[in-house]
Design a protein around this ligand. Structure first.
Ligand code: 13P
Length: 340
């Protein structure tokens, strides 16, 4: 399968990506919030319950896994990547080693993980992965993001993407401009513009075939502490405008991160973007918290009630599928029985 065909299988109309690649440290925080011990068996139990839900077949094109998860065998028989593939979704893997402090900057980060990546990619391919993820993180502040952080993170993303394509997998390029802070929506627009431009300059410099990539960006939103919050319409308009101006048209799929928006906000905003989408981009979701928050709560109430956990996940996956087609409405949120 060509990289473009794989990218289009993951980002197909009505489907999106489940980002279940929380590192052991991040899932520890999620489990703490529901009073569940962060044990390997609990992580496996939660994740295999999601991957075995009915929503997988209709609404999920790909699942991003963490290193531990891609190696796990489910208690249902198949391995995790086999379980995902059985539902027609593509298994993927987070390959970066996290955002570390950037030398010469006061608190910005550079994402690490390039050393030994070629060898790790071979192993992940053999384990069943057909796409990968690398997340660069940018803070907005008085002096942030610095030109150095924009340049160095774009350079690392491009080196990563070139290696991934060499290994015959599709790289998800994720430059995340964080929502933290009191900046307004226009500041988010300008910073995201600079970040995307530098990323595509570097991707082109590194001979990355853009037709075999997926972009995972932030939406254009005001900072979470900004007094001047924006309407869904404004968020959608500015987000689409930013993508149309800064993302080359060859990119086959754009799948947003939820980035701290609530489940409903992330569905509502994605829906509005698709309602006005007059571009050729396939625009969908690649949500972690935006898909899993309700299911996680159910898991915290009773880890053995698989039906309730799956019901919550099925509902969110269905709502986001509708949003990816611009067919979501607030009214459908209350009709949980309509879940797949
Ligand atoms: P959120 O949707 O929770 O932001 O997670 C997406 C993700 O994969 C971040 O890298």
């Amino acid at each position: 399968m060509s990289l473009n065909v794989i990218a289009k299988k993951i980002c197909v109309k009505g489907k999106g990506i489940l980002a279940a690649d929380e590192s052991t440290g991040t899932i520890a925080k999620r489990f703490k919030s529901i009073n569940v011990e962060n044990l390997e068996k609990n992580r496996l139990s939660f994740r295999q319950t999601l991957f075995n839900s009915s929503a997988m077949k209709d609404f999920i094109g790909g699942v991003i896994l963490f290193d531990e998860t891609i190696r796990q065998k489910t208690t249902l028989g198949p391995t995790i990547p086999e379980l995902i593939s059985r539902h027609g979704a593509v298994p993927g893997i987070k390959v970066d080693k996290g955002a570390k402090l950037l030398a010469g900057s006061e608190g910005e980060t550079i994402t690490e993980g390039l050393d030994g990546l070629r060898e790790r990619l071979k192993e992940y391919y053999d384990l069943g992965a057909r796409f990968t993820k690398w997340r660069a993180v940018y803070k907005i502040g008085e002096k942030f993001p610095s030109p150095n952080s924009i340049k160095s993170n774009a350079h690392a993303l491009a080196r990563y993407a070139a290696l991934v394509q060499e290994a015959k997998m599709v790289p998800i390029v994720e430059p995340e401009v964080l929502m933290d802070g009191s900046h307004n929506i226009d500041k988010c627009f300008t910073v995201t513009t600079d970040v995307l431009n530098e990323c595509y300059n570097e991707l082109v410099n590194h001979q990355v075939d853009l037709k075999g990539t997926i972009l995972k960006p932030n939406m254009i939103v005001p900072g979470s502490d900004c007094k001047d919050q924006s309407s869904t319409e404004e968020i959608a308009k500015k987000t689409l405008d930013c993508l149309k101006k800064n993302v080359p048209s060859e990119v086959p799929g754009i799948a947003f991160l939820s980035g701290g928006q609530t489940e409903i906000e992330s569905s509502k905003n994605l829906n509005e973007i698709n309602k006005i989408n007059d571009s050729n981009f396939l625009i969908t979701f690649s949500y972690g918290r935006g898909l899993q928050a309700s299911a996680l709560k159910e898991f915290g109430k009773n880890q053995n009630n698989l039906e309730n956990i799956q019901k919550a996940f099925n509902h969110r996956a269905k709502m986001n599928s509708l949003s990816s087609k611009g067919e979501w409405s607030e009214d459908l949120e209350s009709r949980k029985e309509s879940a797949a």
